[in-house]
Design a protein around this ligand. Sequence first.
Ligand code: PHE
Length: 453
Amino acid sequence: MHNNDRANFGSRLGIILATAGSAVGLGNVWRFPYMAGHDGGAAFILLYLACVLFLGIPGMISEFIVGRNSATNAARAYIKLSHSRPWGLIGYMGVFTGMIILGFYAVVAGWCLQYFFASILEHLQGDKDYIMNYFATFSSSPFKPAAWAVAFLFITHYIVSHGIRDGIERASKVMMPTLFVLLIIIVVASCTLPGAAEGVEFLFKPDFTKITPNVFLDALGQAFFSLSLGSACLCTYASYFNRQTNLGKSAVQVALIDTMIAVLAGLMIFPAAFSVGVSPDSGPSLIFITLPNVFQQAFSGMPTLGYVISVMFYALMALAALTSTISMHEIATAFFHEELNLSRRGGSLIVTAICCVIAVLCSLSVGAVSGLSFFGKSLMDSLDFITAQIFLPLGSFLTCLFVGWHIPKRITVYEFTNHGTLKGTFFKVYLFAVRYVCPAAIAAIFLHQFGIL
Ligand code: PHE
């Protein structure tokens, strides 16, 4: 059942760090804090935890099962397990979605790189209007942000083209611990600022009056995006897992790391924001407009510390983005490499080229070229919407039906228990979640989105 010539991860630690690296990304350090800020802090976080536990983990295990059992790229994996071409569409959709997300994600990642260098060169010093203007001018200029996005894609390409062990695993083993250390340093600095307690309280004291159906759906969408569900990314990574890997335990560990980093990101941002009286619900612009000013004001008594924190912060953002972009890149690289019989480097080059085109168009759509918009949204926002709100949930929905109902149960049991060598205590709970709870919850998001529920 396993193809022995195929690359695989070299160690259990490598598996966890690489998979957690895919999950930990801008979704944790950028999207999670502003969603939590917008949706009432702790109440949102509790709902988010419930979504991760009851929906995210079973969804992740399902993708792991498809990937490890088939030991091939996502498109072929679904065909191989079902012996039917139509099911393969889930995999093809994953490959397509992965490249689209990579295209626009690289633009935001490129902004992080620009801000990293700008903070080193002290270009982010100034009042609120200055920073707002800085972001508007930079993000809407035609050349610079596109060039940063392309640069980011080439860094991603460099890592992915070195393969699973020498590229992805090795890079994850360096980047994930570095990211964690940077995060802890900034959390400590932020939480010891005067007035920080209010931010901590905001994060941990639930206000249940804030819970509405919309908040629930936000939490669900965020859990799926943050765990990289539905894009075939986890399926692709699992195709490189070895037979001893305990799929259930790995999913729990990855979800724990991902959630911990998201909460720590909240602890890095809110205390600093509250200490200077900035509202935490300023939306996506939080990171690029509000925060440079927050750091400056919060550490105004200790400018050197403020400088170091700001540089570290943007380094952290870029690192988090990179551990995710390599995973998105790998979905399509594995596909082109195996399906078109190209070398890994060749497959990887095609992906980089396609994503560079998407990224440049997205970057231009933010301001430089006004015609690049659909239904009143820029190309970048439209792609974000159709992937995060439609393709990812759809991919997860179909994967749950596929694993829960379509493939023979013996395959699911075989993978869940590692061929009977594990007890599989939670198998029944898992199967129930994947057959009923996950599809129903995801269907609810869809219906709500289109105004039906
Ligand atoms: N999970 C990543 C994040 O939190 C985003 C991602 C989505 C990565 C889909 C891979 C696939 O930023």
